[in-house]
Design a protein around this ligand. Sequence first.
Ligand SMILES: Cc1cc2nc3c(=O)[nH]c(=O)nc-3n(C[C@H](O)[C@H](O)[C@H](O)COP(=O)(O)OP(=O)(O)OC[C@H]3O[C@@H](n4cnc5c(N)ncnc54)[C@H](O)[C@@H]3O)c2cc1C
Length: 363
Amino acid sequence: MTIETHVIGDGCSAMMLASRADELEGHNITLIRPDGAPPAKDHMLGFWNTPGLKFASRVARASWSNWSIITDSGEYKMSSKRYAYHAMHKEKFLESCHVKADMNDVKIISEEEAAEKRLPKLTFDSRPPRASRNAMLQHFLGQEVIVDKPVFDDSTAILMDFRVDQSHGMHFIYLLPFSPTQALVESTLFSTKVLEEEFYIDSINQYLSSHFGASVKEIVHQEKGVIPMGKLSPHDPKIPGLGANAGAIRPASGYAFVFMHQQIHRAIKRTKNGKSLRFKRPHKAVDVWMDGVLLTVLRHWPNQGPILFARMAERLTGDEFISFMSGKANWGLRMKVIMAMPKLPFIRGASKFILSRPLKVMS
Ligand SMILES: Cc1cc2nc3c(=O)[nH]c(=O)nc-3n(C[C@H](O)[C@H](O)[C@H](O)COP(=O)(O)OP(=O)(O)OC[C@H]3O[C@@H](n4cnc5c(N)ncnc54)[C@H](O)[C@@H]3O)c2cc1C
């Protein structure tokens, strides 16, 4: 018997699932393009090409085996021989999924067309989850720029450079150099308030001028985003989720791509073992707890951000850092991360986190 399976949404997780529909025996997958969705926009997706992500690294635009975290006290470089940090255009990834989805005979229909059909047996919802009021947000604006002189070291991605204005919350620059003159430069904050566009753009220009002595000659592309962090609620509590709407966003980093892959991969494996199709939160409870404490520290003592990320970069090897960021840490590695953290803020953060009450969900 074939189970008609509908997925609301046609973003990353829905398309990733559609591209693997051939592995879902006994399910006929249809995607429903949701009404009221904002126009799709391209943006860069970053990930380490850990096992299973070849399908994505194949369509990536660039990769770096070295990456760094920079604070006022120095530059902390990490590298991995096995896994490089990749950057991929979301549009390119979706295109590659569309090709496979077509081969798998996945249909994409409108809500109106879905309403005309008989009710499907199974529906999953990949529309964005809801954040609580006053939730911590990762908000950013990035520009792919061409600068007036060759200043970028294109062998190293800068994941976080904290040498920028810290007065509005933890703030860093994320810089992916595509060549000595071309890079994606993103001004990123962890705080509860999204700022005016001007703030991020000024930060990018000031950063390039102060630390590279360069100015922007051309803006090739601009992207911005707001990723809610911490505990999120489903878009519609009556419909089981997929992707970010099923807990794929790592609470303290905002990374979701690698976790969507883990979530979908495990769901397919479940069905192969005769179990029902279900998309579970891909993170371990202990990691979610540690992220909760970290977010509490960053919310109340954002000035600790540069210290703790620098310590992590200093004490972990590149491969350990990747394992931690990709949800593959074992207890030994978790202890290493805990031991690297400044103790007092974390003890205070843990007490505050344990005592904190759930926040109200935004309607
Ligand atoms: C700018 C940006 C950069 C990011 N960069 C990274 C990164 O580098 N690495 C990483 O791991 N993660 C990153 N993320 C997080 C995450 O990987 C992406 O958000 C990813 O697209 C989530 O996939 P999804 O399928 O859950 O949701 P989406 O791909 O966002 O799909 C959601 C679906 O819901 C629809 N929809 C959206 N809003 C509404 C609405 N209001 N009403 C109805 N329908 C709606 C959309 O049209 C789409 O069909 C980034 C996110 C953003 C926004």
